[in-house]
Design a binder for this molecule. Structure first.
Ligand code: HAM
Length: 423
């Protein structure tokens, strides 16, 4: 026997009923995005590697070690998208959509990072993200956060989610802060490991994200960015807080929230579910006013977020019920019944566009077919066997309630089906 081929580590098949849960999560969030006037943009899964190097920053985990990068047949360096913001800005510039300002977009689909797989951290995962362009004030930052709250409400996970916010200020403010951090961590240099020492030179703010337990206390005492904010960013941050207060949104200001990507400026935020451990951050985002210019456009304000769908799914795992999605199972005994039953199923589907009807295929006795009907989770079995064919009737058996089986004229089925399904 030849060896079976397995899927790639960290890349998973999504089987039913989880696939149904994923679709439910996506549709619920998309309905909220639509209510706020966001429109979908579909982006390619592959981009030029240079796009991510230039936007995410070269001294970031993603660019240093997590990208799936390869040369294509033309010798071009391509990368499977590790996130969506860079592509969204690339597309907005390339397609000239920034002139239609303000722009509110959303996107979704698979993303790829070569991380160490563990619960909540995968090499192929799904995000749903939103990006806005052309709006500089804290009002749209607040809108993004309020929209997230709306999504958590709809998904019934709001009580478990908490919000952390911070401001990274302007580039100049961050440079001042960076200098203060380097000075601070230099005093503790012997406690830093090799990677952290490298980071001290290249990107000291990344040390704040270190998971090294030895550093927890030092990081806790490190200077916070808030003290180094420029007046404009400070005002923006206060404006955001007033808007969140007015919307009744609780938040914590986390002065060490720096995010792992270089493009952020001013507002950054994360929604976390603390008891989820390694998958605590369900959504992350912020403002990136410098990125459009960095990718070749004019300076242009922008802000957005992305939600990790596997992490939402993990929260729903306990409440997600794999209830039937099938309404009726057609039990068809004998060749004549199959002919009539296929037609009947088509009529039902035409008449009720959202009805799901499974037709028994592969024959079998009535007993076998009834077992299959039951296993399919359908609500009703609609039976066409010898007697029903002769009498022009159908049998209706209720699979999920204690109710007598009925026999009705076949012509009455379409008009009465709602009643039997309890719709
Ligand atoms: P990010 O923090 O890298 O931000 O990812 C956003 C979310 O995606 C995370 O909070 C997490 O829920 C999920 N996620 C990230 N990596 C993985 C993984 N390996 N496995 C499972 N879930 C994961 C961004 O991607 C930014 N583009 C967000 C943004 C949009 N900022 C502004 N606009």
């Amino acid at each position: 026997m030849s060896m079976r081929i397995q899927s790639i580590r960290g890349m998973h098949d999504v089987l039913p009923p989880a696939s149904g849960a994923l679709r439910y999560v996506e549709q619920t969030m998309q309905a909220v995005l639509q209510q706020y006037g966001y429109q979908e943009i579909r982006l390619p899964i592959l981009e030029h590697t240079e796009l991510f190097r230039r936007s995410l920053g070269t001294v970031t985990d993603i660019v240093e070690k997590e990208m799936y990068t390869f040369e294509d047949r033309n010798g071009d360096s391509l990368t499977l998208r590790p996130e969506g913001t860079a592509s969204c800005v690339r597309a907005a510039l390339q397609q000239g959509i920034l002139f239609r300002q303000p722009v509110r977009l959303w996107y979704g689909g698979p993303f790829f990072r070569h991380e160490r797989p563990q619960k909540g951290r995968y090499r192929q995962f799904h995000q749903l993200g939103a990006e806005t362009f052309g709006l500089a004030g804290p009002d749209v930052d607040a809108e993004l956060i309020i929209m997230c709250r709306h999504m958590w409400q709809r998904l019934a996970i709001l009580p478990r989610a908490s919000l952390q916010i911070n401001s990274l200020g302007t580039l100049q403010a961050r440079q001042r802060y960076r200098a203060a951090l380097v000075e601070y961590f230099r005093q503790h240099e012997r406690r830093l490991d090799d990677l952290e020492k490298q980071r001290l030179e290249a990107n000291p703010m990344r040390i704040l994200d270190s998971k090294n337990p030895e550093l927890a206390e030092i990081i806790g005492d490190a200077p916070g960015l808030t003290e180094y904010l420029d007046p404009e960013s400070a005002e923006h941050f206060e404006g955001l807080q007033s808007l969140l207060d007015a919307a009744g949104i609780d938040y914590d200001i986390n002065p060490h929230l720096v995010r792992g990507l270089d493009y952020y400026s001013k507002t950054v935020f994360e929604w976390i579910v603390p008891e989820q451990g390694s998958q605590a951050t369900i959504c992350a985002g912020g403002r990136y006013d410098g990125l459009v210019e960095q990718l070749g456009g004019k300076p242009y304000p922008a802000a957005g977020f992305a939600v990790g769908l596997e992490r939402i799914m993990a929260l729903l795992e306990e409440t997600w019920n794999s209830d039937t999605e099938i309404d009726a199972y057609l039990v068809l005994v004998g060749d004549q019944a199959v002919l009539a039953g296929m037609q009947l199923a088509s009529q039902l589907r035409d008449h009720f566009p959202s009805l799901s009807v499974v037709v028994n295929c592969g024959g079998g006795s009535i007993k076998t077919q009834m077992k299959r009907a039951d296993k399919s989770n359908a609500k009703l079995a609609i039976i066409l066997a010898e007697d029903e064919l002769r009498d022009n009737t159908v049998g209706i058996k209720f699979l999920r309630e204690r109710r007598e089986q009925e026999t009705i004229p076949r012509d009455n089925l379409v008009s009465n089906l709602d009643k039997y399904l309890g719709a």
